[in-house]
Design a protein around this ligand. Structure first.
Ligand SMILES: [Fe+2]
Ligand SMILES: [Fe+2]
Length: 261
């Protein structure tokens, strides 16, 4: 995917770059790329103009797109929503996660990795800050422990190369910002913990498949993953959001972004 540096910087707002940490910048770029990939459903991007129209109040950058200004109402969810309903009605078109899971599937990676890729960034629809941790928590009650573990640690691992599997530090970060990234302590600590863990590869493969998941021309759908979801995601019979699990409230939030109470 090609990214126009000027257009991207304009989305951040005037003066934002100077006060952003390298971590903030890297996050903002990745989220911008994902929104670009899903453009038809994304909120309108600020225009680049001499008058710098974007230099006004704006939503915090950690806000998921379900809570951004939009036209029209959300489609109602079924009474007992399934994970597939969430893909179709709240995460769509979800090109980035579908493309990364497709790559894992095509390259014969373990089914649990396919499932992890499918889920790894869906929480960004709700919240972007610390998305590895939020994303893991969202799915934890419904997947194998190492699936949510991998989702949690893919976020810090993105910033550390691993030549043994062909994962390089994303050149895009250097190109866009022209500086070396120095991760904050909590990211580095999480990386070191994950690097030494026996499940390290569960998280690392997510970062690897991520590289192949920003293709604006690749057509993907949830259909090839229905059986894999059936085998790897414990769909609650009450519906996601209504099963009293530790993350049920998060699914209700995604289902009902307009609800004031
Ligand atoms: Fe991610
Ligand atoms: Fe991703």
């Amino acid at each position: 995917m090609e990214v126009d540096r000027r257009v991207f910087l304009a989305t951040l707002g005037v003066g934002a770059l100077e006060v952003m940490t390298p971590e903030d910048k890297a996050e903002a770029l990745e989220h911008y790329m994902m929104d670009e990939l899903d453009e038809p459903a994304a909120p309108a991007k600020p225009e680049v103009s001499d008058s710098q129209k974007q230099d006004g109040p704006r939503a915090p950058r950690g806000t998921g797109r379900l809570f951004m200004p939009r036209e029209g109402l959300y489609e109602p969810m079924p009474d007992k929503p399934t994970l597939v309903d969430f893909y179709n009605l709240r995460f769509a078109p979800a090109r980035h996660v579908l493309q990364s899971a497709s790559h894992a599937l095509k390259t014969d990676q373990p089914e649990k990795t396919v499932m992890a890729c499918l889920l790894h960034d869906v929480v960004l629809n709700m919240i972007k800050v610390d998305h590895g941790w939020w994303g893991a928590q969202l799915v934890e009650p419904y997947v194998a422990e190492r699936v949510s573990w991998g989702i949690r640690y893919h976020a810090p691992l993105r910033f550390y190369p691993d030549e043994s599997v062909g994962y390089e530090y994303p050149e895009m970060y250097n190109r866009m910002f022209g500086e070396d990234y120095v991760p904050p302590d909590y990211i580095e600590q999480a990386y070191k913990y994950a690097r030494a863990h026996s499940w390290y590869m569960d998280a690392r493969l997510i970062t690897l498949n991520d590289k192949y998941a920003f293709d604006p021309d690749a057509e993907v759908s949830i259909e090839p993953f229905i059986d894999i979801i059936g085998r790897n995601f414990k769909q609650p019979k009450e519906g996601l959001g209504y099963d009293n699990s530790p993350s049920a409230h998060m699914w209700r939030t995604i289902a009902n972004p307009d609800r004031p109470l």
